[in-house]
Design a protein around this ligand. Structure first.
Ligand SMILES: NC(=O)c1ccc[n+]([C@@H]2O[C@H](COP(=O)([O-])OP(=O)(O)OC[C@H]3O[C@@H](n4cnc5c(N)ncnc54)[C@H](OP(=O)(O)O)[C@@H]3O)[C@@H](O)[C@H]2O)c1
Length: 163
């Protein structure tokens, strides 16, 4: 399976339950990559989505240890074993979409990481691990540097050579 994330220059990903910044091209990229696929997220990330609603046109799986009812269009699992039983084939059509707890939990099972690197430091309270320091992760593709409202960013693809 894959993961997709947008990080700031300090690997920050969120603050007070929200994203750090919204870059239209990055939002479009996220939508293109995940539409028609399975997305896996933590309950806090589900709550952060517009209206706290699951993403349309995707199979939404939420990790939560509580017995909360997230509605009929969300599949809930209480742990990693239940998750893998549910997805059966953790292939290229499965995307881990956050947040911090879930990225950390599932990073070792991901083959590919689509990371939008935003070259600015924001106030953050949630972080993605710095995979530039992890020997198993190799940067394989990088876009040119792009710009939105004086914020520069780049689309990067990493491969986990351990799996
Ligand atoms: N920049 C990005 O690309 C990006 C992407 C996604 C999210 N974010 C940001 O990340 C932040 C949210 O991250 P977060 O770390 O607070 O929350 P999270 O990872 O979205 O969700 C955490 C919740 O997941 C559940 N959980 C965690 N480990 C579990 C396990 N082993 N088994 C079952 N359930 C488990 C728990 O839910 P219960 O409490 O219900 O038990 C826990 O409270 C927000 O600010 C969001 O905007 C950023």
């Amino acid at each position: 399976m894959n993961l997709i994330v947008a990080v700031d220059s300090n690997w920050g990903i969120g603050c007070r339950g929200n994203l750090l910044v919204s870059i239209p091209e990055d939002m479009r990229f996220f939508k293109e990559m995940t539409t028609g696929k399975t997305v896996i997220m933590g309950s806090a990330t589900l709550k952060s989505l517009p209206g706290g609603k699951p993403l349309p046109n995707r199979r939404n799986i939420v990790l939560s240890r509580k017995k909360t009812d997230f509605g009929s269009s969300v599949e809930v699992c209480s742990g990693i074993d239940e998750l893998f039983a549910l997805i059966k084939k953790p292939d290229d059509n499965v995307f881990v979409i956050g947040g911090e707890e879930i990225y950390r939990l599932l990073l070792p099972y991901c083959k590919k990481a689509y990371i939008t690197k935003i070259f600015k430091k924001f106030d953050a309270d949630k972080y993605f691990p710095n995979i530039d320091l992890m020997p198993e992760w190799t940067l394989t593709e990088e876009s040119e540097t792009k710009n939105y409202n004086n914020i520069s960013y780049r689309f990067c693809t990493y491969l986990n050579t351990k799996i």
